[in-house]
Design a protein around this ligand. Structure first.
Ligand code: SAH
Length: 225
């Protein structure tokens, strides 16, 4: 009996690994993502452990999925795209706004030195903090706050990844971006499509580029402000 369970467990683990490999080949490589560290991270992070139990079988599908509290885990391609576009390096300190399930943070954490991530919804924060700890992602620090203000004590950051749609680039985030750093942020009106913006700071000057249309959940603000 025990052997049967072990065998089933092994089988299941292999099925997910296979699904992940397929996801990388058909959704990510096929759409032009070539960075070896991004591809390796997408092949490694167990996405099925970041979705709700009932959705585990769909974890590697080409779509976002609900994670409760009206929020979603982004589509795998979008996670890979946002990872790749900041040109992540081993010594990078990255700030993420919108921890959600913790998946994007986990992917980044396999490539960079440290990830600081902020989630405004307390139950999601608690859940992701525990999940990331249980899965041994030890270079991710999670905070429950309104990410509009960034995380000044930990900055400045080599890169900032915002995973909720803002109406404009929050000035505190701009300030906490290192010179030479990159920020990726969906900007536009909530509940419609937004532009995914790449913001670069060079010699004190700001350069922005529209990359593509996307649809993210809204960037919300703390009520007491
Ligand atoms: N990166 C996530 C996807 C998150 S969806 C993942 O990989 O699963 C966007 C998240 O941003 C939601 O969880 C939402 O609650 C959070 N969010 C929205 N506005 C925020 C704010 N001002 N500060 C911090 N988090 C915010």
């Amino acid at each position: 009996m025990l052997l049967l369970f072990l065998a089933l467990g092994f089988q299941e683990k292999n099925n997910y690994k296979e699904a992940r490999e397929k996801m990388v080949n058909s959704q990510i490589k096929a759409r032009g993502i070539r960075g070896s560290s991004t591809l390796a991270a997408m092949r490694t992070v167990p996405r099925h452990k970041f979705v709700q139990k009932k959705d585990m079988a769909s974890a590697y599908f080409d779509s976002p999925l609900p994670i409760g509290h009206g929020q979603t885990i982004s589509q795998p391609y979008i996670v890979a795209f946002m990872t790749e576009i900041i040109k992540p390096k081993k010594d990078f300190k990255v700030l993420e706004i919108g921890t959600g399930s913790g998946y994007q943070a986990a992917v980044l954490s396999l490539i960079v030195d440290s990830v600081y991530t902020i989630e405004i919804i307390e139950p999601l924060f608690n859940q992701s903090k525990k999940r990331l700890k249980d899965l041994n992602y030890n270079n991710i620090l999670v905070k429950n706050a309104d990410g509009y203000h960034g995380w000044e004590e930990k900055g400045p950051f080599d890169a900032i990844v915002v995973t909720a749609a803002a109406e404009f680039v929050p000035p505190p985030l701009m300030k906490q971006l290192k010179d030479g750093g990159k920020m990726i942020i969906p900007v536009g009106t909530p509940f419609t499509t937004q532009q995914l913006l790449l913001v670069e700071k060079k010699n004190g000057k700001i350069k922005t580029k529209n990359l593509m249309f996307v649809r993210f959940v809204p960037f919300t603000r703390a009520k007491d402000e």
